[in-house]
Design a protein around this ligand. Structure first.
Ligand code: TIU
Length: 229
């Protein structure tokens, strides 16, 4: 397919739509809904919720352009057998993974809070990767899915910028994927981490990726104008 170009940091990002997927990381109710797990940790969920409208537009554009949309969810089996004790011990007892929360057991697969927010719900045929860690490759089928589909570039979105997005992008970069992190489609509870988290990606000549706003990505995904007759 014709390569597409996105004005980006630190320089232009070029991708082949036939070898590119949109990765949507952990846009789950437990992290995003007021009164949920994220909020109970003292976080301002509005910092993450601002991602929903631009990301909904980007998902729609990716679907229209024929790019695979791959969603991830962080969470654990109901018996917690896939949750390392070191992760389980974090937080006060009322806020541990697996405890009852406002939207079901916190970060447990199958619970209402573990699933993706309604506005960004996957559609039939889209891959949803359930991951026990922060990174989307660790203990998941993501690498196999990407290989099977011939994906070499990723448009990366989701939450949180400095945690699951960073862990995933750093590993994707090591695995040879070219990653464009969409700045207004990733979110952090902490404005400072958002700013610095994005800056870290593109620093040093793009040490592990590129960053750009969704407006620039939408332009690149728009159908090419038909040739004049
Ligand atoms: N998805 C993700 O980033 N999981 C987290 O636990 N993030 C926090 O910022 N806590």
């Amino acid at each position: 397919m014709t390569p597409r170009h996105v004005p980006a940091q630190p320089d232009q990002f070029t991708f082949d739509p036939g070898g590119t997927a949109l990765l949507v990381i952990d846009m789950q109710r437990d992290f995003l809904l007021p009164g949920g797990f994220g909020a109970s940790l003292g976080n301002d969920v509005e910092q993450l919720r601002s991602v929903i409208p631009p990301l909904a537009r980007l998902i729609a554009a990716a679907r229209a352009a024929g790019l695979p949309v791959i969603h991830t969810r962080e969470g654990h089996l109901p018996d917690l057998s896939d949750c390392p004790p070191a992760k389980l011990r974090r937080g006060t007892p009322s806020q541990r993974i697996g405890d009852p929360g406002a939207f079901g057991r916190i970060l447990i697969r199958g619970e209402y809070g573990h699933d993706i927010v309604d506005e960004l719900a996957p559609i039939e045929g889209e891959v949803v990767i359930d991951k026990p860690g922060k990174g989307a490759f660790y203990a998941t089928e993501l690498a196999a899915v990407l290989e099977r589909r011939g994906i070499t570039s990723l448009l990366v979105t989701g939450v949180t910028t400095e945690v699951c997005v960073h862990t995933t992008v750093r590993e994707a970069n090591d695995r040879g994927y070219e990653c464009l992190v969409v700045a207004d489609c990733v979110g952090s509870y902490f404005p400072e981490f958002q700013r610095v988290g994005l800056a870290m990606i593109a620093a040093q000549g793009g040490i592990f990726g590129w960053t750009a706003d969704s407006a620039a990505v939408l332009d690149a995904l728009a159908p090419a104008p038909s040739p004049a007759r």
